[in-house]
Design a protein around this ligand. Structure first.
Ligand code: NAD
Length: 492
């Protein structure tokens, strides 16, 4: 039976005002398994008004300890429902169950990490030149946060925003992707169960128009967006017109760089994780693999051999290693990039098209695909494909690796594989990206700040910086000198 979801606004479950819905499609078998409500502009305005009421009506006055205990309760509920949520996520976006299961554990961890901060958001007392004047810089919540997320990891992308936003005392309205909205609505049931006051967290669903209505509303105090650079530009422009701050977590074309002195067993696994983990549908995909010439052919052949053995199948089966592309447009886009790379003359060493054997025929399966002898100017090396397609680029010197690695509009992540600590540190400093992994790849933690430079966006999520993104500073000066001042001169 098709599940029918409702919007979550001001603590109420309701259909959209005009009753419109959109289908949730399982990318493994293309079955419509749920109907998702599409919010109207009025629904979005209602959600923002509910958030405002909740904020002014008491949430901003809650103690850090109260917020911490609610967030901890939410984390416990995520753990208790992890299996169910993971299965739903897999059904909705085709991510393999082993990944969605670990993502639920990660999400709970993120909520616990930020719950720990809720009663420790301290400002500063600042010594001044003036005698008899005290200065305090307070950290306060912004108020109402508009959060917009992508389809590839709805629950964890939301956790990165919602956990710190709530810990800092904000209220939130989220719009998940139209391609994967169900788990965010299921998650809202846990928020309700945890006992958060009505309006502190609200979910509106729908396509781009709903996102625009949300971001472009003056009720919003800060925007937090995860998605593509093209949409990130539009979001920043809208937020700019309304003079609202914005955090942008955008795409990448990350270099994963293997030097000849690397431990190749580990490096090959890191390269596989970088591009075939999550079917390559991850912002941090190590989609450009740079390999130093003495080990180039060995790495190419080891990767091609392992890619050919990747187990594809029902993403709900724990034995499955790679799932489907998450939706039809994404599937066609990936196949288009593969065809262009062939025309550009890159050497195909694995995969190269749709996977349609047996049970794969009804799903959006793409073969794990590897092109060798790629030039950094080719479309394959320049554009974010967001799929299981790797381009391998040979290099000779460290300087060349740095030049190729940085020759991209993006700056999200990079991997360095070497056993030489001096080289590792030189590379860490030379690569322009928000994240650098040394002898590991696609490793994440709640404590470490994450985000990009250049076209990969700005602002940070997770870690202490991720918390501070949801606070604004209020400076307070208290004059206890008793002096009567000269009204016509600034007091210094
Ligand atoms: P997208 O930009 O197409 O959509 C993201 C969200 O924005 C969706 O909810 C969508 O409905 C909404 N949206 C679209 N147009 C809008 C508009 N004009 N105004 C307001 N909202 C609008 O991205 P996607 O295809 O869902 O996700 C893939 C992209 O997300 C990739 O580029 C990927 O790298 C990026 N991503 C980045 C991170 C990160 O943390 N840096 C994480 C995951 C995904």
């Amino acid at each position: 039976m098709t599940e029918r979801y409702q919007l979550f606004i001001g603590g109420q479950w309701r259909d959209s005002a005009d009753g419109r819905t959109m289908p949730a499609v399982n990318p493994f078998n293309q079955e419509v398994w749920a109907q998702i409500p599409v919010a109207t502009k009025g629904d979005v305005a209602d959600a923002l008004a509910a958030a405002r009421r909740a904020y002014e009506g008491g949430w901003r006055q809650t103690s850090g300890l109260e917020r911490a205990s609610l967030i901890h309760r939410l984390a416990d509920l995520i753990d208790a429902n992890a299996g169910r949520l993971a299965l739903l996520e897999t059904t909705d976006n085709g991510k393999v169950i082993r990944e969605t299961t670990s993502q639920m554990g990660y999400a709970a961890r993120v909520y616990r990490f930020f719950a720990g901060y809720a009663d420790k958001i301290w400002g500063q007392v600042i010594p001044l030149d003036q005698k008899g004047v005290m200065d305090m810089a307070l950290r306060e919540p912004y108020g109402i946060i508009a959060a917009i997320t992508a389809w590839n990891s709805p629950i964890t992308l939301l956790a990165n925003k919602l956990a710190p936003a709530l810990a800092a005392g904000n209220c939130v309205v989220v719009k998940p992707s139209e391609h994967a909205s169900a788990t965010t609505l299921e998650f809202a049931k846990l928020v309700e169960q945890a006992g958060f006051p009505a309006g502190v967290f609200n979910v509106v669903c729908g396509e781009a128009e709903v996102g625009k209505a949300l971001v472009d509303n003056p009720q919003v105090d800060k925007v937090s967006f995860t998605g593509s650079p093209a949409v990130g530009r539009e979001i920043a422009a809208m937020a700019g017109r309304n003079l609202r701050p914005v955090t942008l977590e955008l795409g990448g074309k990350s270099p994963n760089i293997i030097f000849a002195d690397a431990d190749l067993d580990r490096a090959v696994v890191g390269a596989l994780a970088g591009i075939f983990g999550a079917t390559g549908q991850t912002c941090i995909a190590g989609s450009r693999l740079l390999v130093q010439r003495p080990v180039y052919e060995e790495v190419v052949s080891r990767l091609a051999e392992r890619a050919g053995r990747i187990v594809m199948g029902d993403p709900r089966d724990p034995a499955t290693e790679m799932g489907t592309a998450a939706n039809a447009p994404q599937f066609n886009r990936i196949l288009g990039f593969i065809e262009s790379a062939k025309q550009d003359g890159a050497r195909l060493v694995a995969g190269g098209g749709r996977a349609s054997d047996g049970a794969l025929a009804s799903g959006f399966f793409v073969q794990p695909t590897i092109f060798a002898d790629v030039h950094n100017e080719m479309g394959l090396a320049r554009e974010e494909i967001f799929g299981p397609v790797l381009g391998i680029i040979p290099f000779d010197t460290e300087e060349e690796a740095i030049a190729i690695g940085n020759d991209t509009p993006y700056g999200l992540a990079a991997g360095i594989w070497t056993q030489d600590i001096n080289r590792a540190m030189r590379m860490v400093h030379a690569i322009r990206s928000g994240v650098v992994w040394v002898n590991t790849y696609r490793a994440l933690a709640a404590q470490g700040p994450f985000g990009g430079t250049k076209d990969s966006g700005f602002g940070r999520e997770r870690g202490e910086q991720g918390l501070l993104e949801f606070t604004t500073t209020k400076n307070v000066m208290i004059d206890f000198s008793g002096d009567v001042r000269d009204p016509f001169s600034m007091k210094l």
